[in-house]
Design a protein around this ligand. Structure first.
Ligand SMILES: Nc1ncnc2c1ncn2[C@@H]1O[C@H](COP(=O)(O)OP(=O)(O)OP(=O)(O)O)[C@@H](O)[C@H]1O
Ligand SMILES: [Mg+2]
Length: 305
């Protein structure tokens, strides 16, 4: 892939003059709209930025964000690797692997358990050019018990990714809805965290728990860990409640909340059931445009090269 600051993104040709239709934190909260530049430079040289997609609350859009943000970053010329770090293996299935095809051999669980395994052999190509992935597996559920007495168990994923860290610009880790051993591994391997959250009453307490965990990781295994952003997902523009919760969160975490909001739409479930990102399944849908805007926002905030 061409490097250097002269290359602009492939996205420019189909970038969003519909940005104003997309839900934005600024506009939703009655502030002046924030503009995200359309032109994105090529990524700098150097090792991949590793980002964990984390929230211990289930069903908030972690997997949907991993797949679609990854696809949007790949459209922007980033070399992207997705890691399915959840025993539900939803990301793997969302990328078109059927559950009965999802063998343990070649999955991230297999890599974690076999020190001789070659990570390159486990990397699969998705249907999006430039976006690869490593499968999850249901046996990841045994991680807690399996690694309990291992020395440096928090560093297993970081070590596993080391040989390929220069082959990618960004590595996104789809975490499970828990803050256990697997998520601690993901956070230890990452420079940053994206926290998708649904704007409902319990979200605020959930965010505090995630922040506490990040602070524990910072003082133990990974001092450089940062929050790259809090992402409002499954956002219902019609309800005052969603808006009120967004306002509370934006007041409490003013620099962290992304301006881009992912509104609620059935197209996400439809694209997952077809085993592809919304960016290819419904390329000009609001959902696809929102994740493209999020990708640009992440780059402009410095969360991704
Ligand atoms: N913006 C959205 N609008 C409507 N539905 C959505 C949206 N984002 C995600 N969904 C749907 O919500 C469900 C949960 O999403 P997803 O699997 O991404 O959440 P998750 O946080 O990864 O869940 P888990 O904690 O179980 O891993 C899925 O059916 C998905 O298709
Ligand atoms: Mg998930």
């Amino acid at each position: 892939m061409a490097k250097g600051n002269t290359q602009v993104s492939r996205l420019d040709s189909k970038s969003t003059n519909r940005d104003e239709e997309l839900a934005q934190t600024s506009v939703t909260l009655g502030k002046a709209p924030i503009a995200i530049p359309e032109i994105v430079l090529a990524p700098e040289e150097g090792p991949a930025r590793v980002i964990s997609i984390v929230n211990q609350k289930g069903g908030v859009g972690k997997t949907t964000t991993t797949i679609n943000l990854g696809a949007a970053l790949a459209e922007l010329g980033r070399r992207v690797l997705l890691v399915d770090f959840d025993s539900q293996a939803s990301m793997t299935i969302g990328l078109g692997i059927r559950p009965f095809e999802n063998e343990q051999y070649g999955s991230i669980w297999y890599l974690l358990n076999d020190p001789q395994a070659d990570i390159r052999e486990a990397i699969l190509k998705s249907n999006v050019p430039g976006m690869d992935f490593i499968r999850g597996h249901e046996d990841l559920a045994a991680a807690e018990a399996r690694f309990v007495s291992e020395i440096a168990k928090e560093h297993k994923l970081r070590k596993l990714l080391a040989p390929i860290i220069n082959d990618y610009d960004v590595i996104l880790i789809d975490c499970s809805p828990s803050l256990g051993t697997l998520t601690v591994n993901a956070l230890t391997a990452s420079q940053g965290v994206i926290i998708p959250m649904e704007c409902e009453f319990f979200a605020i307490h959930g965010l505090s728990l995630v922040k506490e965990t990040i602070n524990i990781i910072k003082s133990n295994t990974n001092p450089a860990l940062e929050i790259f952003g809090i992402l409002a997902t499954r956002f219902d523009r019609k309800t005052a409640h969603s808006r009120e919760v967004l306002e509370l969160i934006a007041n409490q975490f003013p620099t962290e909340v992304f301006d881009t909001i992912i509104a609620r739409t059935i197209r996400f479930s439809e694209s997952t059931s077809q085993g592809e990102p919304i960016t290819t399944f419904a390329s000009s849908s609001v959902g696809a445009l929102s994740y493209r805007r999020l990708a640009r926002e992440l780059i402009f905030r410095g969360g991704c090269k």
